[in-house]
Design a protein around this ligand. Structure first.
Ligand SMILES: [Zn+2]
Length: 81
C-alpha cells in the first residue's frame, strides 16, 4: 500500500535537512547507519541520534546530498581505450 518514495531509499552518507532544528540549532544531518533504524550525525554539533524509518521519513524535510549510490547494473564491463 505504501508507494516507493525516494525517502525509502536512505543510503549511508546521505545528507538530509529535517523539519525541526536540533537543540543546537542545526537542521542538517548526515546518515551514518541504515538498518531497522536510521542513525544520523548532526552536522552542526556532531551528536548522533537514531530514528525509526517511519519517524525519519516524517521528520525529513529534504535530501541535500546523496551518499554512495549502489552500483548500477551492467556497469562492470571493461572499456578503457
Ligand atoms: Zn546538533
Amino acid at each position: 500500500m505504501t508507494p516507493m518514495k525516494i525517502h525509502d531509499r536512505i543510503l549511508v552518507g546521505d545528507v538530509v535537512q529535517m523539519r525541526k532544528p536540533h537543540a543546537c540549532g542545526g537542521d542538517v544531518w548526515t546518515i551514518y547507519r541504515v538498518g531497522a533504524d536510521i542513525g544520523m550525525d548532526c552536522r552542526t554539533c556532531g551528536r548522533r541520534t537514531m530514528l525509526t524509518r517511519r519517524r525519519f521519513t516524517h521528520r525529513m524535510r529534504r535530501m541535500l546530498e546523496r551518499g554512495a549510490e549502489p552500483p548500477a547494473e551492467g556497469q562492470g564491463r571493461h572499456g578503457s581505450a
